[in-house]
Design a protein around this ligand. Structure first.
Ligand SMILES: Cc1cc2nc3c(=O)[nH]c(=O)nc-3n(C[C@H](O)[C@H](O)[C@H](O)COP(=O)(O)OP(=O)(O)OC[C@H]3O[C@@H](n4cnc5c(N)ncnc54)[C@H](O)[C@@H]3O)c2cc1C
Length: 376
């Protein structure tokens, strides 16, 4: 089986990349170890740059009906001394982004593969990669494929990364994210996040009647929160949110995700390109991981459009030069937030809170934060 581009992993990032390069006329195959299209009910925030890319590849109009816009983000700490809010009006925007169900974006992308003549191979788990002079051979459990380039979009435990001997740095955040959906009385378009004594707790509006919750809890307490009854757990969420929410009723299972940082040492070499979580994985507290992945896809699709596949070395150095620094800076900011808010030392907390309050006053500094969140 011969293709120009072989994409390993049909998550949102890999599927978006497949469209980005196939619309340039390249012959593209997408392989995934799963046997069918997954239907994740996790909700994610999509920033305006990601939305713009999804518009360009012609899928946003089918996602938009189920996407809920948010126009404000409020963040505070439990002591009531640190507070910051971002709102679309201050930035001259109609909203700051959208909350979308991951399964809706992925299904829309995959359902429209036929428009760009993209071939899919389900139940194909990558087992080997062999790089020769002008071809790369990929072996799955079922078939052998040949491509000019290979895209590793196979998530944090990427086989593409490991089989291509691209090393990475990774560590545990020692937190587990508990994700659940609630019926709620909140009627605005605001994302709320509070830094509790056990970890950051965020509620994101899914529509006018429901919210999704991401609570990144220190591992030592996570089991306790996971083993509570639904009523006990809801009571804890309300307690930590205080007066900001009056009605909450759990209406989904609680899912949990151990949280890790990962950063590949290089994002591209020898015709292998890593995009999304296979290249970088960050703490979900700012809801930017997928947006950073779509940023990779946007950059790589544009480089392939400009250079074609005869200039692979040029594409490799431009892609590394552009995406590694952006993602390192993002990972450093997340680490600073995480460490700053994890501080138990009173002086560090006071300093942190004054910095937060100053940031809330200083419009240029807030604009900088906002740029980071909306334009990765
Ligand atoms: C709790 C939580 C909340 C989050 N919230 C947000 C948010 O609000 N906004 C945001 O921008 N980001 C968010 N993120 C981050 C976001 O979920 C990820 O960055 C994003 O889903 C990564 O997508 P991906 O396509 O790179 O990888 P994945 O979605 O992991 O897809 C990888 C695909 O590769 C396939 N695969 C794996 N191994 C193989 C193999 N050997 N052969 C073939 N196929 C293989 C898998 O089956 C899968 O389909 C959050 C993360 C967490 C944990």
């Amino acid at each position: 089986m011969n293709y120009d581009v072989i994409v390993i992993g049909s998550g949102v990032v890999g599927s978006a990349l497949a469209h980005g390069v196939a619309k340039e006329g390249l012959k593209v195959a997408v392989l995934d170890a799963k046997t069918d299209i997954p239907n994740s009910y996790r909700h994610l925030s999509i920033n305006k740059k990601s939305k713009h890319f999804l518009e360009q590849i012609g899928v946003w109009q089918n996602i938009e009906n189920n996407a809920f816009p948010y126009d404000q983000i409020k963040v505070w700490d439990q002591e009531g001394t640190g507070f910051i809010d971002f709102n679309a009006r201050e930035a001259g925007l109609s909203n700051l982004g959208y909350i979308v169900r991951e399964g809706d974006i992925q299904k829309t992308l995959i359902d429209s593969f036929h428009k760009n003549n993209i071939q899919t191979y389900w139940g194909h788990s990558l087992e080997g990669i062999n790089i020769s002079k002008d071809r790369i051979i990929c072996k799955t459990n079922k078939k052998t494929f040949q491509g000019k380039i290979i895209i590793g979009s196979d998530g944090m435990n990427s086989h593409v990364r490991n089989l291509s001997k691209i090393s990475s740095r990774s560590w545990s955040y020692n937190q587990t994210a508990i994700v659940a959906n609630f019926e709620s009385s909140a009627k605005d378009m605001c994302i709320r996040q509070t830094f509790t004594s056990v970890g950051p707790l965020a509620l994101l509006p899914m529509n006018s009647k429901e919210m999704t919750m991401i609570w990144s809890i220190d591992d030592e307490y996570a089991y306790k929160f996971l083993s509570m009854t639904d009523l006990e757990f809801t009571a804890e969420v309300k307690k930590y949110f205080g007066e900001h929410i009056d009605y909450l009723k759990l209406n989904s299972k609680r899912q949990n995700f151990p949280l890790h940082h990962l950063s590949a040492k290089t994002f591209a070499k020898n015709g292998i390109f890593l995009v999304g979580d296979s290249a970088h994985h960050i703490h979900p507290l700012a809801g930017l991981g997928l947006n950073a992945g779509i940023g990779d896809v946007d950059c790589l699709s544009e480089l392939i459009k400009l250079n074609g596949l005869n200039e692979i070395n040029k594409i490799t150095s431009s892609y590394n030069g552009s995406r590694i620094p952006v993602n390192l800076a993002l990972a450093a900011s997340m680490e600073a937030f995480k460490r700053g808010f994890g501080q138990k030392n009173i002086w560090v907390r006071l300093l942190r809170n004054s910095a937060f309050n100053i940031a809330n006053e200083l419009t240029p500094l807030k604009k900088k934060f906002m740029q980071l969140a909306t334009e990765l």
